[in-house]
Ligand binder design. Sequence first.
Ligand code: ADP
Ligand code: TRP
Length: 329
Amino acid sequence: MQNIRNKKILSGIQPSGVLHIGNYFGAIRQHIALQKENECLYFVANYHALTSISDRKKLHEHSLMVAMDYLALGFDPEKARLFLQSDVPEVTELAWILSTVTPMGLLERAHSYKDKIARGLSPTHGLFAYPVLMAADILIYDSEYVPVGKDQKQHLEITRDIAEKFNLAYGQTLVVPEELILPEVAVVPGTDGQKMSKSYGNTIDIFADYKALKSKVMNIVTDSTPLEAPKDPDTSTVFDLYKLFAAPGEIEEMRRKYLAGGYGYGHAKKELLEKIWIYFEPHRKLREELENNRDYVKDVLRQGASTAREKARQVLERVRDRVGLLNIG
Ligand code: ADP
Ligand code: TRP
C-alpha cells in the first residue's frame, strides 16, 4: 500500500448482495488499512443499489449486512466514519447540478453501463447516470483519494472529468480526486473465471458458512486437463484465488505441484478452501455477535451520517453559490 497520510479518503460499496472476497481484496482491506492515518468516510451505496435491486426487504437487509461485515473485518468507528448514502440526500442535489456539465458522450462510453446491460439489467436512466451520482458522492466531501478495485477505474476518470468541467465553467470549486487502486490485486476472478461480482452470481462470500463455502470453491470452473497431466497455474482461477490467501512459499509450492502433474484441481480446491476458511476465522465470531446487536450497528451508521452530512452541506453550499442558485426560501 502506498504511504498515504493525513488525507481525505472516501469510498462506497453497494449493498446489492452479500460481500465477497473480490470486495475484500479489491477494496475493503485497503479501506481498513487507511483508517489509521487518514480521515476516512465509507458509505453503503444504497441509492446506487436501486439500479439493480427492487426488493425493499433485501435492500434493508443487505445495507445492514454491509455495515456488519465492515465492522467485523476491522472497521473502527472511533477512527473512521461509516454511513448510508441515503442519509446524506444532499448528494442527489449535487448529482443533478453535475449532470448539467456532464457530456453525454462521457456516459455513453462507460464500460460498466454496457456490461450491466449485456448482463440483463434494465437500461434505465439511473443506470446510465450512475457515474454522475458516483462523482457527486466523491466530490461532495472534497475527497482527495478514492480506494477502489480496478473495475472502478473508468468511473474515477469520469469523476475527474466532471470535476474539471465544473471548475472550468464556474472557477476552482471542486477538489479533483485521485484513484487508489492496488496493482497487485487487479480484478479478483469469480467461480466462473469472470470478474467476481454480486450481480453475476459467481461470488465466494466472506462470511459464508463452511458448507456453502465448500460448495462454492468445489464448483470453481476449471478446464478438463486430467489429474496426471501438468497444468498451467497462470491460467487457473483456483491458483489465482489461492495467491490472495497463501504465503509466498506456499504459492511456489502449489505452482510446483501444478507444473509437475499428478495433482488435480480437486486437490488445489481443497487447499484453497482451507485457506479461505482460516483467513476469515478471527472475524467470524464478531460478525455473529453483530448480527444480534443491530442497534449498535445502527448507532455507528447514525454517527457516521451526522459527520458526513455536515461536511456535505458545506460543499453543496459552495456549489450552489457558485452556480447562482439563490437561497431565499
Ligand atoms: P460488486 O461488483 O460485487 O457489486 P461493488 O460494485 O459494490 O461490487 O464493489 C465494491 C468495491 O469492491 C469496489 O471498490 C470494487 O472495485 C471492488 N470490487 C468488486 N468486485 C471486485 C473484484 N472482482 N475484484 C476486485 N475488486 C472488486
Ligand atoms: N460504483 C462503486 C462500485 O460499484 C460503488 C460506489 C458508489 C463508489 N459511489 C462511490 C465507490 C464513490 C467509490 C466512491 O463499486
